[in-house]
Write a protein that binds this ligand. Structure first.
Ligand SMILES: [Zn+2]
Ligand SMILES: [Zn+2]
Length: 110
């Protein structure tokens, strides 16, 4: 599964069209809050997850500055505050989809 199109649709959201015709919309806020990098998500060492300390938000925290494809498996987002260590893999992005269809599916997962 991979995107066929990634498009900024408004000042604060992004739309991804997938190769199975699924369309996902993402608010920048969601993407930033779910940044998968170790700094934001914490690191799991020997089954213990170390949560990072909440950092003060700088201006531009939820501002998408640029977006770059990494290889054929992910995108890297550079945020307005300079944060750019998160790699969003296709699978991760698809899991973040909050459309009603995906929501239904998630509900029935154990
Ligand atoms: Zn991060
Ligand atoms: Zn969806």
């Amino acid at each position: 599964m991979r995107p066929v199109a990634i498009k900024q649709t408004s000042a604060d959201s992004l739309r991804i069209t997938w190769d199975d015709n699924h369309v996902s919309s993402y608010m920048f806020k969601l993407l930033r809050d779910e940044c998968p990098c170790a700094e934001c998500k914490g690191e799991t060492v020997l089954l213990h997850t170390y949560k990072p300390q909440a950092l003060a938000q700088l201006p531009g925290h939820y501002e998408l500055k640029s977006l770059q494809q990494v290889g054929s498996y992910a995108i890297q987002i550079t945020w307005g505050d300079g944060h750019a260590t998160g790699l969003y893999s296709w699978q991760y992005l698809r899991d973040l989809c909050r459309c009603s269809e995906c929501d239904e599916k998630n509900k029935f997962q154990p």
